[in-house]
Design a protein around this ligand. Sequence first.
Ligand code: ADP
Length: 363
Amino acid sequence: MSMADEAREAVTPLATVEDRVEDSALRPRCLDDVIGQTRVREQLALVLQAARGRGRTPDHVLLSGPPGLGKTTLAMIIAAEMGTTLRITSGPALQHAGDLAAILSGVAEGEVLFVDEVHRMARAAEEMLYLAMEDFRVDVIVGKGPGATAIPLEIPPFTMVGATTRAGLLPGPLRDRFGFTAQLDFYTDDELAAIVHRSARLLTIDLRTAGASEIASRSRGTPRIANRLLRRVRDFSEVRASGVVDAAVARAALELYEVDEQGLDRLDRSVLDALCRRFGGGPVGLGTLAVAVGEERETVEEVAEPFLVRAGLLARTPRGRVATAGTWRHLGLTPPQTALNDPVGLGGLWDNDAAGGSSPTSG
Ligand code: ADP
């Protein structure tokens, strides 16, 4: 792997191969172990407790939010708290109704079925899922053409947990079938510091308070990134320092990996750079911006943008993405007067829905 790839991997919120291997040791196993997301945790605890009290399977749960915030972890916890097993699949794996039928026909009573990236399921599978979620049955079509018959297949009650980074893309009928919907939010620096302290204990890393703060503040509000940066800092401390992770060691390691003080990486910086230097601060369409930085539109939209918007370094408007005064300053440039007077470029008209839609909020 090149140095650039390593730097890129340091702060991607998407799971890398190393994450998949090492995350399992760090995942909280029960609701009490979960740090942050207080409201979601309380609500979920209630849903599960009520279901246990009634001796029923809990309502279907939809978890939405950017990658790396704990959706898979919560799905595992739901199964663990209900004392049942978790079956895992994902939207892209469900391209035909038959793919889903095969999974549903193997579901045992009370099991939890986790569908990651549920917004990427094929239409035909989605329709089968409606029926399964509502009536606990599927219609298996046998034969073709006029002779085709639908054979109803009963499935035992189960709990579906869907995860999506793009709740706005879910069709209404699917969204409506989830009894409980939770929107996961980015974590505060204090919560991230608590998460890396917990991880350091599990990995027996000598992490000092100031070292934890340094990692937390560069983790883009995302536990997956915090844990990954902790591992990078550990490598550095073992090879170049005495094994103790204090502020100086953390800072030196993160500089080596080109993670800046706000946790921005190369992709983020190139997006901001293109926005200001090539497009004069916008407005510019997302597709154009993605081409300018040589990335897929989805990568910019789902990986870089949510954090940049939250950090006040990028704004979505009905006419496109625009730089804020903070963007210019972050690049060490002087903001033009327009960015100061009208930070979003359109008299304060924001359009921050997850899909980055195009209808102006009238007012
Ligand atoms: P998602 O499914 O949303 O992409 P994951 O559930 O895979 O995210 O979480 C990524 C990693 O972050 C997990 O392996 C876990 O170690 C850590 N993590 C997530 N949420 C928390 C939390 N609330 N407390 C502690 N660690 C967490």
